[in-house]
Ligand binder design. Structure first.
Ligand code: TZP
Ligand code: MG
Length: 229
């Protein structure tokens, strides 16, 4: 799986808490989401101990590999290394990019969260493979979000990245669902800046009654709403 060919269009971030997952099985939810067309998956789990996280990540990796879709692990670089999945996603308070890169090597994907242009430029200059921009809208899924930046905030980061000559792939996250995906993509775009490559969602898929249908709907909206550069 070459990291330069990754499709960030519909980026599923998992959540195993009962409030979002309900009594569904996470691996089945991810499999259904893949059937619906998610293009990349991040295993995000703030509660399981290491052993349980490795077990879940292995189970998810078995599924994502069948679909030829990358699996990244949130925060826990050691888990990603042990499972041999395609990379990690790190936030501003997690392991430093340089340390993660040393542990993962050059071929793995490292994504970084950025809420400001300063954070985005720093991650780009360090060598991040993509940026997760946000939080777009307040969300019940992550209550400790530092900055709600709206689509105007996303737009200004995209413009700043482009002025600095960066064409790094970007997704945005926070409160995105089938009802607002098209407007998020449209409102975030700011020619001549490079547009968003995709949208990242948790509850829009994980909490859905039918994760395959939810993923399919989002994929349709991304295909329709993604703004060509
Ligand atoms: N980072 C910023 S917001 C968020 C994360 C992981 C959660 C997004 O969840 P949802 O359910 O898609 O709003
Ligand atoms: Mg984190």
């Amino acid at each position: 799986m070459s990291k330069s060919k990754v499709d960030y269009g519909v980026y599923l971030v998992t959540d195993s808490t009962p409030a979002i997952l309900g009594n569904k099985d996470l691996t089945s939810v991810v499999e259904k989401a893949l059937q619906g067309g998610v293009t990349i998956v991040q295993y995000r789990d703030k509660t399981s101990d290491r052993e349980a996280a490795v077990k879940t990540a292995r189970a998810l990796h078995e599924v994502t590999r069948r679909f030829g879709v990358p699996l990244l692990v949130n925060d826990r670089v050691d888990v990603a290394v042990e499972v041999g999945c395609e990379g990690v996603h790190i936030g501003q308070d997690d392991m430093a990019y340089e340390e993660a890169r040393k542990l993962l090597g050059p071929d793995k994907i490292i994504g970084v969260t950025a809420s400001s242009l300063e954070e985005a430029l720093k991650a780009c200059e360090a060598g991040a493979d993509y940026l997760g921009l946000g939080t777009v809208y307040a969300t019940q899924t992550k209550k400790d979000t530092k900055s709600i930046i709206g689509t105007a905030g996303i737009r200004s980061i995209l413009l700043g990245l482009s002025s600095a000559g960066h064409s790094i792939p970007t997704v945005c996250i926070g409160g995105i669902n089938g009802s607002n995906a098209i407007s998020v993509l449209a409102e975030s775009s700011a020619a001549p800046a490079k547009s968003l490559d995709g949208i990242a969602v948790v509850s829009a898929i994980v909490a859905a009654q039918d994760p395959a249908a939810a993923a399919r709907d989002l994929l349709g909206k991304v295909v329709a709403g993604r703004v060509p550069d």
